[in-house]
Design a protein around this ligand. Structure first.
Ligand SMILES: [Fe+2]
Ligand SMILES: [Fe+2]
Length: 284
């Protein structure tokens, strides 16, 4: 099958799970300026799995708080609405697409690459003193969601893509364009737009390979771009092919980093991964 219109494709995917009701209700409350921490805690408390995930993450090295957070309301007050939104969002999406194998390729390797990108993106965001580091983390985690979609819902095409990558040693994006008609960045962008996810997530999925095109959310997109390159260079999981493209100059300049900053990021990769290890458990 060749996709002509990626938006129609993501609308019509057979078997694609819809966003859980609880998440959409939660999102409405988060965006309502009249909502209190208690209103939001009440919605979340209806799902014990989400409650336990939030508490696990809030008490993990991801935040590194010294005091124990024992209730959802407490977590909301300490972490804030935006941070909690991204925890609920990313744990919900990861749960929707669990691992399996296709054409000798293990989906968990794409998730491992995505988590690596997210963890390094979080480190860079904190280094840049970005307050929305949870959002940048989520943008990293979902940047390759289009690959997950092809893997799960176009298995024959996915196998053909992987074969082409192996035989011709070309970037996965190029193989996708030939076998699927569009590549994972377009599919990811359309899916996250359909789901009405925050703009930074949509743009990171769309432009992580070509950050020059991101007119808005340029900092978030540039961070995910750089984190993606570093994750590939460190061979964390698999981006589908083994090619490492250099960091885009425009993104690098936008972040205003010097070479010693790159050394610093590289020196903290292991620590960044450890800080985000709690998500590995959640991916199961
Ligand atoms: Fe990608
Ligand atoms: Fe990637």
């Amino acid at each position: 099958m060749k996709i002509r219109n990626p938006r129609e494709f993501v609308r019509d995917i057979e078997g694609l799970p819809t966003l859980p009701n609880l998440y959409t209700r939660f999102r409405q409350k988060i965006y309502d300026p009249k909502s209190s921490a208690n209103d939001i805690a009440e919605i979340i408390s209806a799902d014990q799995a989400i409650v336990s995930n939030i508490l696990k993450i809030a008490n993990s090295a991801f935040y590194g708080f010294s005091r124990r957070i024992s209730s959802v309301t407490h977590a909301i007050v300490i972490i804030g609405f935006n941070g909690i939104h991204h925890i609920v969002l990313n744990t919900t999406v990861v749960k929707m697409f669990s691992g399996q194998t296709q054409g000798g390729f293990d989906l968990s390797r794409i998730w491992e690459h995505s988590l690596g990108t997210a963890a390094i993106a979080k480190y860079i965001a904190k280094k840049k003193e970005q307050k929305n580091f949870e959002e940048v983390f989520t943008a990293g985690l979902l940047h390759d969601i289009g690959k997950v979609i092809v893997f799960k819902y176009l298995p024959d095409e996915f196998r053909a893509v992987m074969e082409r990558v192996r035989e011709e040693n070309i970037p996965i994006k190029e193989a996708e364009a030939r076998e699927v008609g569009v590549d994972h960045t377009e599919i990811g962008k359309c899916l996250l737009e359909e789901w009405k996810f925050p703009e930074s997530l949509v743009r990171a999925a769309a432009y992580h390979d070509n950050p020059v095109l991101a007119k808005e959310k340029k900092t978030e997109v540039s961070i995910v771009h750089l984190a993606n390159v570093i994750t590939r260079a460190f061979e964390i999981g698999s981006g589908g092919d083994d090619l490492i493209s250099p960091c885009n100059e425009d993104a690098w300049n936008h972040l205003g980093f010097a070479l010693e900053d790159l050394d610093d990021i590289a020196a903290h990769v292991d620590e960044a991964l450890r800080e985000c290890a709690v998500f590995k458990d959640l991916m199961g």
